[in-house]
Design a protein around this ligand. Structure first.
Ligand code: ADP
Length: 312
């Protein structure tokens, strides 16, 4: 009855280079760190992995540098079975990287170098037009040039493809250029930055979502951390209840939510159920450390869904 959904992500791919150290070096000083971890990230790549693990056919449209990280990123996509035909390896620029330094108390310092992500242009969207036209859903974030995001929203509208925009990280943006998207999905911080309204409570979140609808969006979903999520349309506003967990690491929860929601929705599930499932998928991802590494497989998710919903 359900079809295998096809999802395309036009977005970023990064390599996270995490160094754990007791102290930070002073200027001019060299010290030994305790340990090191390499992980694949970038909001686009993370959402692609979540959608794939949920069972969707996923195509990634991205750019990486002609370096070890670019090569490893493409291999990582292949390991998940993500179509990377349109992940272009380009000369003269590095791959996107995020050197992260973590102190024992968990305090971190991060320098993101956008590298090749910053030259993913509208022409790259045109080059992937066939793949995009064959997709049920296109997902976008703000880690690539905004002109490419605007262009892809228009492309999706023109071809009647569902389009989900995750405005992360928040940036000054021409909202009118995004209003043709089907879903606008910020977290609390992004919603505050974009609307100028505080989001400290469910009531605030409802007001903020209403303000975003006024800007022309048809459907706004706010992710609210431990409070779950909220769906607002011109007709109604509804809080989608969270699933209780004791999180170990909430990094990437938003990406888990968006990737899984897009897959569940494209599979044909009703919107409310897709949102509730995305709440659980993201909640489960907080139980393990890491981003892509923390995302559950579909079978593991289904066991948890059945266990949690049997009690309802
Ligand atoms: P981001 O990772 O972008 O900051 P959120 O913190 O809003 O995004 O998390 C995304 C989704 O993950 C939430 O809408 C919720 O479904 C789930 N989630 C995150 N933190 C928790 C938590 N502590 N308990 C239960 N669910 C959570």
């Amino acid at each position: 009855m359900f079809k295998s959904p096809r999802i395309a992500v036009v977005g970023s791919a990064n390599t996270d280079l995490t160094t754990f150290s007791d102290v930070f070096p002073r200027p001019g000083e060299t010290i030994f760190g305790k340990s090191f971890d390499l992980g694949f990230g970038g909001k686009g790549a993370n959402q692609a992995v979540a959608a794939r693990l949920c069972g969707a056919e996923v195509a990634m449209i991205a750019k990486v540098g002609n370096d070890l990280f670019g090569e490893a990123t493409v291999k990582n996509f292949a390991s998940f079975g993500i179509d990377s035909t349109h992940v272009r390896i380009v000369d003269g620029v590095s791959s996107g990287v995020a050197p992260i330094f973590v102190e024992p108390n968990g305090q971190n310092r991060i320098i993101v170098v956008k590298g090749a992500n910053d030259i993913l242009m509208p022409a790259d969207v045109d080059a992937a037009a066939d793949t995009l036209r064959n997709s049920d859903t296109i997902i976008l974030q703000f880690e690539i040039p905004l002109e490419t995001v605007y262009y892809t929203v228009h492309f999706a509208r023109q071809h009647n493809i569902r389009c989900i925009v995750n405005p992360a990280p928040a940036a000054p943006v021409r909202l009118a250029e995004l209003a043709a998207a089907d879903y606008f999905v910020p977290n609390e911080t992004e919603a505050e930055a974009i609307s100028g309204l505080p989001v400290h409570s469910i009531d605030d979140a409802k007001k903020c979502a209403a303000a975003l609808l006024q800007k022309g969006f048809r459907k706004v979903i706010l992710t609210l951390g431990a409070r779950g999520s909220l769906l607002a349309t011109a007709q109604a506003t509804e809080v989608i209840a969270p699933f209780q967990v004791t999180p170990k690491d909430t990094t990437g929860a938003g990406d888990a939510f968006i990737g899984s929601f897009s897959a569940f929705l494209a599979e044909g599930l009703p919107e409310q159920e897709a949102l509730s499932r995305a709440n659980l998928y993201a909640a489960v991802s907080t139980l393990r450390v890491g981003t892509q590494k923390s995302f559950p497989k579909r079978s593991e998710f289904e066991d948890e869904w059945n266990r949690r919903t049997a009690k309802l």
